[in-house]
Every structure is written in C-alpha cells, then in structure tokens.
Design a protein around this ligand. Structure first.
Ligand code: ADP
Ligand code: ZN
Ligand code: MG
Length: 471
C-alpha cells in the first residue's frame, strides 16, 4: 500500500514597525521589563479606540506582491472572540472574509492567504502563579496559510527558511523562531487512499527550522505506523518535545471553535485601491531585489554554483556585503568568483561562529584589494588567506598587512639570488645530481629556495635565477 503524506503550514510572524498595530506603544521585541509597552488601548480599557498602523498594512502589501499574491481592493478587520487572559478585549482583531492578500507562491508552495492581526499578550506560568506581559499585546502579526501541497519535511523546512529570508529582505520582520518572532504550526496527514486526504494533526511549539522538519518527519512515521497497524489517526493538536524528539498529545479539536467573527465596528474599512501609496505600481517599485532574483543574478553574472549563490544570499547582510565587493571589483567575473570562493570556503566557518558583525570589520574595499593582489600573483594563495583572516579580525590595508608579515611575493632579483645562492651552497648533492641530468633535482632545489624565502618568492623568477646560477 502507498502512503502519501500531506503538509500545510500556518505561519505567524511579527512585523517590524515603530509602534503597535492599533496604538502608539513601541513595538520593541527586545524590551525586557514586563508591561513597559502597554497603554489603555492595548490593555483594553473601556472607551479606547484602535487606529490602524499604516506601516503594517504596507508590509503586508509588499509581502503579498513579493509572493505574487492578489492584493485586496477591499479589506477589513474582524473580531475573533474568545476568552483568555492574554486577550483582554475578549476578542482579537484579525481578518476573516477579506484578508489583505489571497493566493501567491513561495519556494514552489502555493499560498492560500495572508492576513493581518494583532499579537496576544505573553502568559508566563511560574511557581504556581500566572503572569501576563502585555509588551507583545497588539504587535502587528502576519498570518500566512499555505495550501496542503507539501509532501515532505525538507520542502516544509525550505519553505519556512525562504519565508524568513523574504521577511528579512523586505525589512518586514526579523522572524527569529527562537525568539518567537516567527511561529510555525504544521498540519500533517497521511493518506492511503488515492485522491483523498487523511485526517490531519496540528503540531505546535516548533522553535527552530530543525524542529519543524523533525516534527513533520516524526508525525509522518507515527501516522503511517498507526494506519498500518489498523489504527485511526484522530484529529488533535500535538506539541513537539525537543528533548524526546517526539510529538505528544495536547488537546483534541472540539469541532471548530465558534469565534463569532464579525467586522470590527471601531475600525474603518480599507479601500486599498484608492490609496496612492498602496497602488500596485507603488508597492512593486518599493520592493528590493528579492532573494530568488539575487540568487539568479549571482549564478548568471558570475557563474556561481547554485549552492554558493544560496549561501551568499541566505542572509541579507551577507548578500549586501558581497554586492559591495562585486562593485569594488567592477563586477568582473573572475575576481568576483574568487571573492565568492573565499567567502564560501574560507570565511563561512568564522561567520558561522561569530555572526555578521564580522562583515563590518572586513571592509569590502580592502577585501577587493586582497582579491586583486591574489589574482595578480603578488600574494600567494596561502598569503592571501592568511591576510584575509587578519583583515576579518582587525581590518586594515591588505597590502600593508601582507608586507609587514612577509607574505607579499618577492620579485626582487637581488634578494632572490641571495636566497638561491645560500641554498646551492648547502645542497651540493642535489647540484651534482642536476648536472648529471636529473630533472627532479631542479624541482627539489626550487622547493628549498621557496622555503628560504619563507614562501614569498615568486616561483617563476626563482626558477630563472636557479637555472642561471646552476649554469
Ligand atoms: P481548519 O479548518 O482545521 O483550520 P484549514 O482548511 O483552514 O483547516 O487548513 C488549515 C491548514 O491545514 C492549512 O495550512 C492547510 O493547508 C492545512 N491542511 C488542510 N487539510 C490538510 C490535510 N488533510 N493534511 C495536511 N494539511 C492540511
Ligand atoms: Zn498600547
Ligand atoms: Mg482554518
């Protein structure tokens, strides 16, 4: 029997704005003092009224345009009613019938809708007490829902990473999973009937891309084994246990909860096509180069490998740094390819450990100069790499650094002749062999001469001098 897994994702992401979604409180995810950013509006005091954050709407329209979705001409907010301490109004302002964006596609995955809502307060349960921190309450939150068109864990992981990269590229959000800025719920089902879906299970608290992939893989296995052994998958919400690397039952879906959605009467309707700032052309023109466009450009302009282009584009800061280097190298193919090679193979480890502040220490102009020195042969490949590591730590001028440490290639015939003569004086046996016609002896003497210059001698010049001196 064939088992076909199906996955659909629901992603929430906090949007980066100066103020919250419906009030003037700061939207500051790094605020550590509880309830520092709270006001009568986001605390739901009676008589207060919400005001729509224009910047949040704009982020949504830019996201919608980037994924090729349909931007709404008309949109509105709805009240989603439920009772919980993290939602003091007794309802969340969300969107229901008229989301800002419908359809679209990202990383080959079809998107159902993207809507805008407000984040809830954070509940903290500790030592038998519950606390509520309202700093998060009312932060603009994007909800993106995909179609059930994913069939394996890797595709889900790739999609989620691409979404994070898109949000960062657009400046729409930091989307750190570890910080809860982006929260992913995975719906997973396994079918053993052609053309029919199985019962889906929803998995929550996935705090990293890794756990998204592992939880999906775990559920596919669990459900498949269950069906195989004659059991039935029940519709439920499960959590991900990071320590046990398994999912566990949290609660059953009690039918669909009745949220009593209805249009928010305290907010105006949005006739988006009538706002010049929100016209499709204006929004499109405001978009930066998108991650997939950038990858294609790197591949075509500089003949980079797909995986190298992906690495360089995987973080906007890194891609921006690389772009600055390409400009400093006049976008010439060969030097840019060498720069890419250094970034991918030599610097990747350092940056994985130290993070992107390193790119600030390494000046693109200095890096470009280093590439030129390496390509012209003035710096050996070894010398270039040593200099590069010093640049990433301290910055500075690559030529000065290389000279100071004797890493620049020496072409000066006087200095090189001196080195050759001292080698010939010590290597009488090899000299004899050379005169007896052993060609390997020349290679040996060249090696010794290189060593005598501490690897800095230009090999071509050294060889000429060596042959001349040997007579
Ligand atoms: P619900 O009404 O339970 O919220 P939706 O139809 O709104 O379900 O879908 C919610 C999410 O679940 C979407 O991401 C969708 O792609 C996904 N989904 C729907 N059906 C399935 C299924 N059979 N298997 C896996 N995912 C599914
Ligand atoms: Zn407020
Ligand atoms: Mg739904």
């Amino acid at each position: 029997m064939q088992y076909r897994p199906t996955i659909g994702l629901e992603v929430h992401a906090e949007l980066k704005t100066r103020t919250k979604m419906f009030c003037g409180c700061a939207n500051d995810p790094d605020e550590e003092r509880p309830n520092a950013n709270a006001c009568p509006v986001c605390l739901a005091h009676p008589g207060t009224l919400p005001v729509i954050n224009r910047a949040a709407v704009k982020h949504m329209l830019r996201i919608g345009t980037a994924i090729g979705g349909k931007l709404a001409d008309f949109s509105e907010f709805d009240r989603k009613s439920y009772f919980y301490p993290d939602i003091p109004k007794g309802y969340q302002i969300s969107q229901y019938e008229h989301p800002l964006v419908l359809g679209g596609e990202l990383s080959g995955v079809a998107i159902t809708r993207v809507h805008l809502e407000e984040d809830t307060a954070r509940s903290i349960h500790a030592k038998g007490k519950s606390h509520v921190d309202f700093n998060r309450a009312g932060i603009p939150l994007m909800e993106l829902v995909t179609e059930p068109v994913i069939h394996d864990a890797e595709t889900a992981g790739r999609f989620a990473r691409e979404l994070q990269l898109l949000l960062r590229t657009l400046g729409a959000g930091e989307a750190n999973l570890e910080k809860g800025e982006m929260r992913i719920e995975a719906n997973i089902s396994v079918s053993n009937k052609e053309g029919a879906f199985g019962t889906k299970v929803e998995v929550k608290n996935l705090n990293s891309f890794r756990s998204v992939e592992r939880a999906i893989a775990f559920e596919i296995e669990r459900q498949t084994a269950l069906i195989e052994s004659g059991g039935k998958v029940v519709q439920e919400t499960r959590g991900w246990d990071e320590a046990k690397q398994s999912t566990f039952h949290q609660r059953f879906k009690e039918g669909s909860a009745d949220y009593r959605y209805f249009p928010e009467p305290d907010l105006p309707k949005l006739f988006l096509s009538e706002v010049p700032e929100f016209s499709r052309e204006a929004i499109r023109a405001s978009l930066p180069e998108l991650p997939w466009e950038r990858r294609e450009r790197y591949r075509h302009a500089y003949a980079l490998k797909e995986s190298d282009a992906a690495y360089l584009c995987a973080a906007p800061e890194r891609a921006e740094f690389f772009d600055a280097v390409t400009v400093a190298l006049d976008k010439a193919k060969e030097p840019v390819a060498l720069a890419a090679n250094y970034l991918v193979s030599d610097l990747a480890g350092i940056y994985a450990k130290k993070g992107f502040e390193e790119y600030a220490a390494l000046d693109p102009l200095a890096f470009a100069k280093l590439i030129r020195l390496a390509l012209s042969g003035e710096l050996s490949s070894r010398g270039a790499k040593d200099t590069l590591f010093i640049l990433t730590e301290k910055g500075g001028d690559p030529e000065a650094i290389a000279r100071e440490r004797g890493l620049m290639q020496v072409h000066d015939p006087v200095a090189l002749t001196e080195a050759v003569k001292s080698v010939l004086g010590e290597e009488a046996k090899a000299v004899e062999e050379y005169h007896a016609g052993k060609t390997a002896a020349l290679q040996y003497l060249l090696g010794k001469s290189m060593k005598a210059t501490r690897g800095a001698g230009n090999p071509v010049v050294l060889k000429e001098i060596l042959v001349a001196e040997l007579g």
